[in-house]
Design a protein around this ligand. Structure first.
Ligand code: NIG
Length: 390
């Protein structure tokens, strides 16, 4: 059965060959899809088996959230409140989530992850990456990835998130475990491997060992890099050919030059910098130097408990000096590039029919009207997963 979304006031295709500018904008447009794939984008007035009337609203590609930690149990709002009262974010709170996650049953974890995935859908996120990282032993990392793979094709083994309490003071022994028994248990359920390269977590050599082992097990590499300070993370991500270096809150000139000369995407997570009172990354300098960028929510219980990509876009424009066009592109096509996905992030024939209808005449309203729920309808692989409220 074919479906047409008709009378779209402004359609973002992200394909410059299909419309105006880098966003490939078509005005007074329609999108036709069949069996979950786009088959036509062009002028309004197309005919199909089913018709959805956008009534002049704008339509954008579904958001691609390339960095989340959706599988966890427990609550850390007290830690957040303490932080707002002046305590720094040191990532030690991860241990609290590890204890709660280990104690939760698998059905409980699945239920919690499902609620968060649904919340993300209501925020317009049609593609999501999900990391483990709150299990931190072979049994629990595998369990978290088994939950994650119900919700995403882009699951990431993050055994090297932090050293769990039982390995305190024995980081190298834990890295050995991550690269051995844990990787063996996790790899069948993961597409990617990741590590947290930061003082207090893992150093460059330890992260290199983890990524190298993951790659040998057939996983693609990504890295948490330069979140809490300057360090070797970005350079390591480039050296290892990571698909993405995530956070990039602290970027030196050399880091920017290395990213610009590489295929590694810099994934900015501004809701984290908001929630941890860190400075925002210098996205303007990175983009002007030719770095490919993505925006993601980093939904997790410690440093960024939000599924709102609209909020991330607003921060990127307001505080990171990205244009609205750049921010929208980073939250859609940029996320797809960070996941090395060619099937999402664009609305063009052959691509997945992932569309968000905004209750606004243009995507600029995502920034212009911060905090206002503008997501009117969400279509994922051709199916309405968020219906308009009447
Ligand atoms: O990406 N930085 C490491 N991991 C998460 C935070 C996890 C937590 O605090 O629970 C992040 O910000």
């Amino acid at each position: 059965m074919s479906v047409v979304v008709d009378r779209i006031g402004l359609l973002v295709t992200n394909d410059p060959a299909l419309g105006e500018g880098v966003l490939g904008i078509i005005r007074d447009a329609s999108v036709v899809f069949e069996r979950g794939k786009v088959v036509f984008v062009g002028p309004s007035g197309q005919v199909a088996d089913e018709r959805i009337d956008a009534a002049g609203r704008s339509v954008i590609p579904g958001f691609v959230d390339s960095h989340t930690h959706l599988v966890f149990a427990g609550d850390r709002s007290d830690e957040f409140a303490a932080r707002m009262a002046g305590h720094p974010y040191l990532a030690g709170g991860i241990q609290t989530s590890v204890a709660a996650t280990r104690a939760a049953s698998t059905p409980e974890l699945a239920g919690l992850t499902n609620s968060r995935r649904e919340e993300a859908r209501r925020a317009g996120i049609t593609t999501v990456e999900i990391k483990s990282g709150y299990g931190l032993d072979a049994v629990n990392e595998k369990r978290c990835l088994q939950v994650a793979e119900h919700f995403s094709n882009d699951t990431t083994f993050l055994g090297a998130h932090i050293v769990p309490a039982e390995f305190a003071g024995r980081t190298d022994d834990y890295v050995h475990e991550v690269c051995g028994a844990m990787l063996l248990a996790a790899a069948p359920h993961a597409r990617w491997i990741d590590a947290f390269c930061e003082v207090g977590a893992f150093d460059a050599d330890q992260c290199r060992a983890v990524l190298t082992a993951g790659r040998a097990a057939g996983l693609g590499c990504r890295l948490h890099a330069n979140q809490l300070g300057h360090g070797p993370g970005v350079q390591l991500a480039v050296e290892m050919g990571c698909a993405s270096a995530d956070h990039c809150t602290y970027l030196s000139d050399d880091d920017i030059a290395a990213l610009a000369a590489s295929t590694t995407v810099a994934t900015f997570l501004p809701a984290t910098d908001f929630s941890t009172r860190q400075p925002y990354p210098d996205a303007r300098r990175a983009i002007d130097a030719g770095v490919s960028v993505a925006l993601a929510t980093n939904c997790n219980p410690g440093s960024s408990y939000t599924t709102s990509m609209s909020f991330c876009i607003a921060l990127a424009v307001r505080d990171m000096r990205m244009t609205a066009d750049e921010a929208l592109m980073a939250a859609t096509l940029g996320g797809a590039q960070a996941l090395q996905r060619d099937d999402v992030g664009r609305l063009a024939p052959g691509k997945s029919a992932n569309l968000v209808v905004l209750d606004a005449p243009s995507y600029t309203h995502l920034v212009y009207r911060p905090g206002v729920p503008l997501i009117h309808q969400v279509i994922e692989a051709g199916v309405t997963v968020v219906a308009p409220s009447i």
